[in-house]
Design a protein around this ligand. Structure first.
Ligand code: PBG
Length: 328
């Protein structure tokens, strides 16, 4: 009878010694929704404990998160005015540019990732410029505008640009634009395996970005396809992406694992809004902290290096309380 594994699990120190995966505060990226005005901290009905924050309140939240141990945020802008081309995203005085500058000035060590997309800025809610003839997103016209938007983020002080709109050739074209403007050391985190998912529902509520017509199936991936997700991710790597991403996370951990075995780049998982809200609701029926910890360690076990999650501050708290060590 082999008892080896059981023996290794018996005592606390031995269990720690043989633990294969660990959660670190440094793994986390905390998404924040930035809105106009001052003193605004507006709850989001579908996302308990998540808020739309004006820039001043966003800084308060970011400082509190930094004190908890969060070292990176992912900013989403919600502009005052949306139009067909997403003009706010193309202005150096747009919501996101102002937010980046303000946060850099107040909390210089916090890494700022910026979501690069048009769906939060356009009145139709699509991720790019819509061709009026076809009603579909015009890929190449969108690429040009994405490059402009990226330079605005870069000049404002972003630490990493995260294109999320799934346009073909986006990474290569952004790399050229950033290098051309002297931002050769600014990394790109590509939303490289982004599935057309029902789990984005609450986000569209949070960012007011539900498509006004049609859906995103023409530029997001089919949940049925794994090989396609790996191929697209590796294509982004070839185009110069510095970090790859799988999104959503929970239903796609096989993609994380396969990607881990096919790239040496860092991999991020995006634990999206619907996954967050689902767990919040389920707290009535099970041990929330325990389920949350299992989910987070599951991401690491699957092969993720980076976890983008609305739970980031809660995870820091669990780490502080050594909860993670206690249950594994
Ligand atoms: C697009 C974007 C979305 C999310 C992140 N970036 C929305 C979408 O693709 O529909 C969703 C994140 C979440 O659900 O938490 N800018």
């Amino acid at each position: 009878m082999f008892r080896r594994f059981r023996r290794l699990r018996l005592s606390g120190n031995m269990r720690s010694l043989v633990r294969e995966n660990m959660l670190l505060k440094e793994d986390l990226i905390y998404p924040l929704f930035v809105t106009c005005g001052g003193g605004v901290r507006r709850g989001i009905a579908s996302m308990p404990d998540v808020f739309q924050l004006s820039i001043d309140e966003m800084i308060v939240e970011a400082k509190a998160a930094y004190a908890d141990g969060v070292r990176a945020v992912l900013l989403f802008g919600i502009p005052e005015v949306k139009d067909s081309v997403g003009s706010d995203a193309l202005s150096e005085h747009g919501i996101i540019a102002e937010a980046i500058r303000a946060l850099k000035a107040e909390l210089g060590n916090m890494l700022i990732f910026t979501d690069l997309c048009f769906c939060e800025y356009t009145d139709h809610g699509h991720c790019g410029i819509v061709d009026p003839k076809t009603g579909l997103v015009d890929n190449d016209a969108t690429l040009e505008l994405l490059a402009k938007q990226a330079l605005i983020h870069a000049e404002a002080g972003a630490d990493c640009i995260a294109p999320s709109g799934m346009m073909d050739g986006a990474v290569a074209s952004l790399r050229v634009a950033l290098d051309g403007a002297g931002f050769v050391n600014l990394p790109i985190m590509s939303y490289s395996a982004k599935f057309a998912s029902g789990f984005y529902g609450p986000f569209r509520d949070a960012a007011g970005s539900a498509p006004g017509f049609g859906d995103r199936k023409s530029y997001q991936m089919s949940p049925a396809n794994a090989r396609e997700a790996i191929a697209e991710s590796l294509e982004d790597e070839e185009q110069g992406a510095d970090i790859l991403m799988v999104k959503p996370a929970l239903a796609y951990l096989d993609i994380v694992r396969t990607l881990r075995e096919n790239t040496s780049l860092p991999i991020a998982v995006y634990n999206v809004s619907g996954e967050y809200s689902m767990l919040k609701k389920a707290a009535a029926f099970m041990d929330y902290n325990r389920a949350l910890t299992e989910i987070m360690i599951g991401f690491k076990r699957a092969g993720a290096d980076i976890i983008i999650t609305y739970h980031a501050r809660e995870v820091c708290r669990l780490i502080d309380e050594r909860y993670v060590c206690a249950i594994f």
